[in-house]
Design a protein around this ligand. Structure first.
Ligand code: NAD
Length: 458
């Protein structure tokens, strides 16, 4: 059993802390946000993640986890300190390392015994070296502090499961001691461990994330071509997925990738390459495709409608993907301002994301348009002139094609997640535009009706 402190209680830090406590370590989760700490102490998770609250409550009752803003007490006698604070994107695309630097300094000023500092946050190659040097520079007591890299691969929406059943743990160390400490912290998880040096560990994280982003952008690129040449991206993906060299995951075309990782991690790696006078052409292309993809449906709808002004626009899904309340880089954040600017009256539904979205776009008048947050899909669709699907929540997928036809004033749907089959939407007489598939335009619907009419005459 190790005495562990975790700096930062976001998606990475809190989940890691709860899982370390679950396997028997003594954990203190530190955050600068007093409100969050208060919430966690009362048994409530400040973020939405399946199974997280249960783990937190169980370990809190058993005395294996605590939450605090008092970093000094938490760090001074910890065996290991995991850093899980944010590394957001800066205007030039590089990672903002100021939160990491603050924690490093707090650690240097607090530790009173030898300890291992582990960087879990996603950081550019070479950052661990700098963090170690920074800590040495500010160290107050005569103790040994070493830094190790342990990048995180969890996916939001399944973070607890991904941590307890990770496909691999990457540890990047520069000494046998650091490697042994990290290996024994992870021993109770009984998972495959890949042990490399610090710089390789840092690169594994970016190379993995950017590869997945690339896969998504590649499929979106192919989807755009499918639309032009009459192929169906879902059939194409299905056909590709049987090839074990390609694999079946991350082949879904859609409205682009979002979230707190892919957008910033592609830009950070591209920035790192540029700093080293290298052009990362593949990652650059993934970024460009994604930028255009996010507003693709909005542009299509703008061509179809004279104006959005005074139209009731139903928006289904606000978060960047289902299973999370995270809005970072979500397609909704890009498209809703465009719709509001055009004077749309938006009725938005999301099972968990509305509260966070309302912090950016409060209910009521927003520029030239309005936004109303509703508690169910039906309320959003009732009398709507057009509907945009941005997130494939189960609640959204459960809506039948007939419901759009029945509830909307004009059944016109722009689906950024390819939830429905084109055929079923056509059968339900819904005008339907999706990604990389045949559009069901008014003309297509009229043609089908005429055919039916002709058949019935004979
Ligand atoms: P987050 O923004 O959700 O959480 C960061 C937390 O750190 C916040 O609660 C903030 O208050 C706290 N914090 C800031 N300064 C602090 C300090 N000095 N001491 C203690 N707490 C402090 O971030 P996140 O999404 O968990 O991401 C953290 C890191 O992990 C990033 O580098 C990210 O790229 C990486 N990562 C994220 C994911 C993901 O799915 N979110 C997955 C893998 C890796």
């Amino acid at each position: 059993m190790y005495k562990i402190a975790v700096a930062g209680t976001g998606y990475v830090g809190l989940v890691a802390g709860a899982c370390f406590a679950e396997v028997g370590h003594q954990v203190t989760c530190v955050d600068i946000d007093e409100k969050k700490v208060k919430l966690m102490k009362s048994g409530v998770s400040p973020i939405y993640e399946a199974d997280l609250e249960e783990l937190m409550q169980k370990s809190y009752v058993d005395g294996r986890i605590d939450y605090s803003t008092d970093y000094q007490s938490a760090y001074k006698d910890a065996d290991a300190i995991f850093i899980g604070v944010g590394t957001p994107e800066q205007s030039d695309g590089s990672a903002n390392l100021s939160y990491i630097a603050t924690v490093a300094r707090q650690i240097a000023e607090s530790v009173e015994k030898d300890c291992l500092v582990i960087v879990k946050s996603t950081v550019p190659v070479g950052t661990n070296d700098k963090v170690e040097q920074f800590i040495q520079d500010f160290l107050v007591n005569d103790v040994r502090v070493e830094v190790a890299s342990n990048p995180e691969f969890l996916a939001q929406g399944s973070a607890v499961h991904d941590t307890l059943h990770a496909e691999r743990i990457i540890i990047g160390t520069e000494s046998d001691w650091a490697e042994q400490v990290l290996k024994s912290i992870y021993e109770p998880f009984n998972l495959p461990i890949v042990s490399v040096n610090r710089r390789s560990a840092e690169m594994i994280k970016y190379a993995s994330n950017d590869f997945l982003a690339l896969k998504i952008s590649y499929m979106n690129d192919i989807a755009n071509l499918c639309e032009l040449v009459g192929a169906d991206i879902q059939d194409v993906a299905k056909g590709m997925s049987f090839d074990s060299r390609i694999g079946s995951k991350f082949l879904n075309a859609g409205i682009g990738y979002g979230g707190s990782c892919f957008p910033k991690d592609t830009k950070a790696l591209e920035n790192l390459a540029r700093q080293n006078n290298y052009e990362l052409k593949t990652v650059n292309a993934a970024i460009d495709v994604n930028e255009e993809q996010k507003t693709k449906l909005y542009k299509k709808a703008s061509k179809r409608l004279i104006t959005f002004s005074g139209l009731k626009v139903a928006v289904l899904g606000l978060t960047f993907k289902p299973g999370t309340d995270d809005l970072r880089e979500a397609a909704s954040l890009e498209n809703i301002p465009l719709l509001l600017e055009q004077g749309a009256d938006i009725y938005a539904y999301d099972p968990v994301g509305s509260e966070n979205f309302a912090k950016v776009h409060p209910e009521g008048n927003n520029g030239k348009g309005t936004i109303t947050y509703v508690a169910n899909v039906e309320h959003a669709l009732d009398g709507a002139n057009v509907c945009f699907i941005f997130t494939e929540w189960g609640e959204v997928k459960a809506v039948t094609p007939e419901t759009y036809k029945k509830l909307m004033r004009t059944p016109l749907v722009y689906d950024g997640r390819n939830i429905y089959s084109v055929q079923e939407m056509q059968q339900a007489d819904v005008e339907y535009y999706s990604i990389g598939r045949k559009p069901i335009s008014r003309e297509v619907l009229m043609e089908a009706k005429n055919l039916e009419l002709q058949k019935s005459r004979f």
